[in-house]
Design a binder for this molecule. Structure first.
Ligand code: LIP
Length: 286
């Protein structure tokens, strides 16, 4: 089995590189923008094209493997993680960045077996940085080993977070209450790259101490979560318990001390889970 997962990972890296080329080329043209759950939840034809490219390429080599892909789920495919080998794909993490040519865009590919991440690949395709991790074998960027920051003092830290695409006033209030508390610790700074996957790779690289967010999805997190833990960090729920990648809540940090301090400041809430059954539509009255 070991060699099989290595060849799957090699394929993941190769297809992420090909996908990155497609994304870079698409940036030269006009992008037709569509919306999904809200007017600020964007998708383009390139997201859909890249997801199909990745899935077709993997299917040819690993015909029995399963997929959870952002755009396939948006099109109605189930978002269920089984024990089977499963590729968890975000074809463009940072779609809003892509639409605006804001220069942080990633292809994120996680691979899970028996509900455990075996490898993660995040290709920051405009920086040409290939982040990789395999369970038990460390994390790397362009082949160089990654190590989280050794900082224990939150007051000397940079924290990454995002605002997401939910504009419900109650949710926005909670996000801003957390942000105000974190800033007021005070921390050295708060940053956000506009992509969960790259934020996680920044934690793994040691230049950001932690990243938290409520509202992103399993495809944003799957690969990055392994890259952080293989770089020596911790991946938790925002209340400090074990991470649940389907819960749409994440707190990833360089160490438990920084994570525990952030738990005190984050106002938690629970979006609809990624694996929740689709809402049943009420029968129309005749
Ligand atoms: C996005 C994330 C971003 C987060 C958004 C969204 P997309 O992913 O990476 O950091 O704030 O909620 O999930 O839609 O660009 O793949």
């Amino acid at each position: 089995m070991t060699d099989l997962w290595q060849s799957a990972m090699d394929h993941g890296v190769a297809v992420a590189r090909t996908a990155g080329k497609v994304v870079r080329e698409a940036l030269r043209d006009d992008r037709k923008v569509m919306t999904k759950s809200s007017s600020v939840d964007l998708v383009t034809q390139t997201d859909q094209q890249v997801e199909q490219l990745i899935i077709q390429s993997v299917k040819e080599k690993f015909p029995t493997h399963r997929f959870i892909g952002e755009e396939s789920v948006a099109a109605g495919e189930p978002c269920v993680l089984t024990d089977e080998p499963t590729w968890i794909i975000d074809p463009i993490d940072g779609t809003t960045n892509f639409v605006h040519s804001f220069p942080f865009v990633a292809i994120s590919i996680g691979f899970s077996v028996k509900k455990q991440m075996e490898f993660g690949v995040v290709y920051s395709c405009l920086e040409d940085k290939m982040y990789t991790a395999r369970r038990g074998r460390g994390a790397f960027c362009n082949g160089e080993p990654l190590q989280v920051s050794q900082q224990q003092d939150i007051g000397q830290s940079i924290i990454a977070t995002e605002f997401g695409s939910n504009r419900d006033p109650e949710v926005v209030d909670k996000i801003f209450t957390s942000l105000r508390s974190v800033l007021s610790i005070p921390v050295h700074g708060v940053r956000g790259a506009g992509t969960a996957a790259i934020n996680m790779c920044l934690v793994a690289s040691g230049c950001v101490e932690a990243y938290y967010e409520i509202g992103m999805h399993v495809w944003d997190l799957a690969a990055g979560s392994l890259i952080i833990s293989e770089a020596g960090g911790v991946v938790l729920d925002v209340e400090g318990g074990p991470a649940d990648l389907m819960s749409r809540r994440i707190l990833a940090a360089n160490n438990r001390t920084i994570a525990d301090r952030l738990v005190e400041e984050i106002v938690s809430f629970s979006p609809v889970r990624d694996d929740a059954p689709p809402p049943v539509e009420a029968p129309s009255k005749q």
